[in-house]
Write a protein that binds this ligand. Structure first.
Ligand code: ATP
Ligand code: MG
Length: 390
């Protein structure tokens, strides 16, 4: 009897003829997530994956971060012989005293000596007599899953949630605008969860602010990198001087929006350089004055790549709850100086006109400013097994 985990796909199972591609990306991400654990074996069975070779807690922790998996079963593996299955079933159910159970067999390998129904009866009888437990098919306290493959049989009683979604990377590349707040890390996660492999760009107010927001962006990107299985990149742009130029050009109550437009210009050009097909932001409609519909439209007008806003319809409480679940909330809560409020007027515009913003921008030569900001950006890369202490 050997412990292992049995992994079941989520939506990926529905993808018909594209399924091989989804499986391939999922396998690559899973492989990277487990890469630093010794002796790992990943086996692909008809529609499921089986991983063995490392201590169970490490396998569970890691596999539960992989996008595209709906269910994670801690399981035991035995030879495909009915005697071995009986023994394993008894051992598995022994700790659950005074409970009822049901056997739920599934034969992926049709060559097995018994049919599913016969397995259920045989195992049910053995457990009943040896452990004195009741079978209850309608409303059991425990279900004993038995899945039969050609080379092994897996047994389990637990069903843990996987991350769900689609494997990061099956739907292309994006660049996420990552601030130090709650929203943008969640937006990055949700875009990954729909299959985008995302990198990150953060704008700090340096040299007019301290480096705290950079540390936060680094910690956030590192945390988010787990869901992708490694390889994320974070660009940090020192934005303070460019912000001051906008203020000097008389942006006034359009300052925040003029900054945002410059951010998306930088992100568009950087994104094009790295092969990203879209920019992701943490905007939520109407959450703050910069996120009214006219303002979102005015910012988008400056973008050269499509802007995706996965959180557009989310409430703040929903966003914070998701941030807690994915482990970014504790980082977002750390104090920092947000670059957006530098030079910002207390009277923020809620209905910006693109023409008014363009008038301010014409006073500056934006093209070289964008190029210089990108050229001076610092790049942080996350190693494949980054942050995965078992
Ligand atoms: P967040 O919680 O993500 O900071 P927010 O509610 O504070 O969002 P805004 O400050 O209006 O909202 O920012 C909207 C979006 O613009 C952010 O979600 C993020 O994608 C992007 N953004 C804002 N500031 C920065 C920054 N300093 N660096 C990179 N992206 C930023
Ligand atoms: Mg913010």
């Amino acid at each position: 009897m050997q412990s292992c985990v049995l992994l079941k796909y989520g939506e990926l199972a529905l993808k018909g003829r594209n399924r091989w591609k989804f499986e391939e990306v999922l396998l690559r991400n899973l492989g990277r997530t487990l890469a630093d654990l010794d002796g790992i074996h990943i086996r692909r069975r008809n529609g499921v994956l089986v991983v063995k070779g490392a201590p169970l807690p490490a396998l569970l922790e890691r596999t539960q971060t992989v996008l595209g998996l709906a269910l994670v079963h801690p399981a035991v593996m035995v030879k495909p012989e009915i005697g071995a299955i009986e023994q394993a079933a008894v051992e598995l159910l022994r700790p659950y005293e005074n409970t009822s159970f049901a056997v739920r067999p599934r034969r992926r390998w049709k060559g097995f000596e018994l049919r599913s129904q016969e397995i259920a009866v045989r195992i049910g009888d053995r457990v009943r007599t040896e452990l004195d437990r009741k079978v209850d098919l309608r409303n059991p306290d425990f279900e004993l899953g038995i899945e039969v493959d050609r080379h092994e049989v897996l047994l389990y009683t637990e069903k843990l949630p996987g991350q769900g979604g689609l494997p990061a990377g099956v739907n292309g590349r994006a660049l996420t605008l990552l601030s130090g707040g709650f929203d943008s890390p969640v937006a990055g996660y949700r875009s990954m969860r729909r299959g985008l492999a995302t990198d990150y760009v953060h704008f700090s107010g340096m040299p007019f602010t301290g480096p705290e927001s950079i540390y936060k962006a680094y910690a956030l990107a590192s945390r988010l990198d787990r869901y992708r299985g490694g390889g994320s990149r974070l660009w940090v742009v020192s934005f303070g001087n460019a912000q001051r130029s906008l203020a000097t050009a008389g942006a006034g109550k359009l300052q925040v929006l003029a900054q945002r437009r410059l951010m998306v210009r930088v992100a568009s050009r950087l994104g094009q350089q790295i092969g990203a097909q879209a920019i992701v932001t943490g905007d939520s409609l109407g959450q703050v004055s910069s996120q009214t519909l006219p303002n979102l439209v005015a910012v988008e007008a400056a973008a050269e790549l499509p802007l995706l806003r996965p959180l557009l319809g989310w409430d703040k409480t929903e966003i914070v709850a998701e941030a807690e679940r994915i482990g970014t909330a504790e980082i977002s809560r750390l104090p920092d100086e947000d670059c957006c409020t530098l030079f910002a007027s207390p009277l923020a515009e809620t209905r910006a006109e693109v023409s008014a913003l363009e008038k301010i921008e014409r006073r500056l030569d934006l093209d070289p400013i964008v190029d210089d900001l990108i050229a001076a950006a610092t790049l942080h890369e996350f190693a494949i097994e980054q942050d995965h202490a078992a």
